[in-house]
Design a protein around this ligand. Structure first.
Ligand code: GUN
Length: 286
């Protein structure tokens, strides 16, 4: 068996066109454009690349976007004051603070200070709490993007076994809540899990979000499983590497995402969808 490759770039392209059409109709009706503000702190090269990509996506679909590029020495107080100002800015629907942040910044407090209605990353405790209570509002972007991919390949979720490797706040945990809400039976493996293979081997859906190249070998995968690789690590020559041993796992899985070109473009789509959703809510259109 050789798995079919899930082309995140192609799926994202068609969803971007849908968003662009909707925005075009809006502006034809004289409405203001959805607005995204990105706060970028310091000069992490990978973060700068991500933020440029988000800006480009906004331009492509016709959103208003601003980027505030701040010094690595910015204070907690200054950053929180900027967020407070964006919280009350009527031209801005979504606020995204690019992570990682410098060590002297308390990231949890920064996320807490974003208005939950403008939390287009879906990181705020209020939005994670609503997802846990089966009332999703602003959904975390990477898990939402993964759900879009799984729906695209026809996953039914109900009664399926899903295994998630990695239990981070931004990906693993909300991913578990998404799959649970969709009706899957969810197993979460993390750094204290013993014998990960035995937990993953029975799963119909496997999602790896660790950031360790080649972590997931073919022996861990049930024949016919859908395998989603969220891991992104920069290897030698700046090459992007996933968690999954792609060539070997491709021989066992039914569907598999590549790195790059799998989950990454869908995370960006989820950000655009969330910003549009926030704008609709503000305008009383949802
Ligand atoms: N850093 C890497 N990916 C992301 C993301 O999706 N959102 C934020 N805020 N920071 C990131």
């Amino acid at each position: 068996m050789s798995a079919q490759i899930i082309d995140g770039n192609a799926i994202a392209k068609s969803l971007r066109q849908e968003i662009a059409q909707e925005v075009e109709q809006w502006s034809a009706q004289g409405r203001r454009l959805p607005g995204l503000a990105v706060l970028l702190v310091g000069n992490d090269p990978a973060s700068e690349v991500y933020v440029r990509g988000k800006r480009r996506d906004c331009d492509e679909v016709g959103f208003h976007s601003i980027v505030q590029h701040l010094s690595a020495n910015v204070t907690q107080q200054d950053l929180e004051a900027r967020i407070a100002s964006l919280n009350s800015d009527p031209t801005i629907d979504g606020i995204l603070v690019q992570t990682p942040l410098p060590a002297h910044i308390d990231e949890a407090r920064i996320i807490d200070s974003i208005s939950p209605e403008k939390d287009v990353d879906g990181f705020h405790a209020y939005n994670i709490g609503l997802l846990a209570l089966r009332r999703p509002a602003m959904r975390s972007c990477t898990p939402k993007g993964v759900m879009l991919l799984l729906e695209h390949v026809g996953c039914t979720f109900k009664g399926q076994d899903a295994a998630i490797i990695g239990a981070s706040n931004h990906v693993g945990r909300p991913m578990g809540l998404e799959l649970l809400l969709a009706g899957a039976t969810v197993t979460m493996a993390h750094k204290f899990t013993q014998d990960i293979q035995s937990k993953v081997k029975h799963a119909d859906i496997v999602i790896s979000a660790v950031g360790r190249p080649d972590l997931v070998p073919a022996q861990w995968i049930k024949p016919g499983a859908v395998v989603i690789d969220v891991g992104i690590t920069r290897g030698p020559n700046n090459k992007l590497l996933g968690d999954v041993q792609f060539e070997a796992v491709k021989q066992v899985a039914s569907w598999i995402t590549p790195v790059p070109g799998g989950v990454g473009p869908m995370t960006r789509i989820a950000l655009l969808q969330n910003t549009l959703q926030a704008a609709k809510a503000t305008m009383g259109l949802s």
